[in-house]
Design a protein around this ligand. Structure first.
Ligand code: THU
Length: 131
């Protein structure tokens, strides 16, 4: 799948976003090492803290379907700025794709890409939990 195809899948996924509180609809399309693509959207909650971002929505779908190795994710929102994943999503994604590529789109269709380890330097990982 090309970058543009993955970005288009993210844009389409944003149509399903449930964002009555922020009105900021986000879509994500996650490509795994097995070639499968999982999409997600943000799902807000009246408690606000119960809100799930589009990236983790896509990631949870991948994990629950048995795809644990993330290769690339595209993030799309109707924004004049490139939408980059929040801190919690960076930490979540790192667990399953420390070197994955993150494509960040903006509403005019342009995008920029980063390697996840650049977006979350000096990350906490499970290997640190050894005595
Ligand atoms: N949001 C995402 O889904 N992904 C991001 O990368 C940034 C933020 C959502 C969470 C919330 O529903 C809304 O955008 C405003 O923060």
């Amino acid at each position: 799948m090309t970058d543009r195809e993955l970005l288009n899948a993210a844009k389409k996924a944003a149509e399903n976003a449930y964002a009555p509180y922020s009105r900021f609809k986000v879509g994500a399309a996650l490509e795994c090492e097995d070639g499968k693509v999982y999409t997600g959207c943000n799902v807000e909650n009246a408690s606000l803290g119960g809100t799930l971002c589009a990236e983790r929505c896509a990631g949870m779908k991948a994990i629950s379907e048995g795809s644990r190795h993330f290769r690339r994710i595209a993030v799309w929102a109707d924004s004049k700025d490139y939408t980059t994943p929040c801190g919690i999503c960076r930490q979540f994604l790192l667990e399953f794709g420390p070197n994955m590529e993150v494509l960040c789109a903006r509403s005019d269709g342009r995008y920029t890409s980063y390697r996840l380890d650049k977006l979350l330097p000096f990350a906490f990982t499970g290997t640190m939990m050894t005595l």
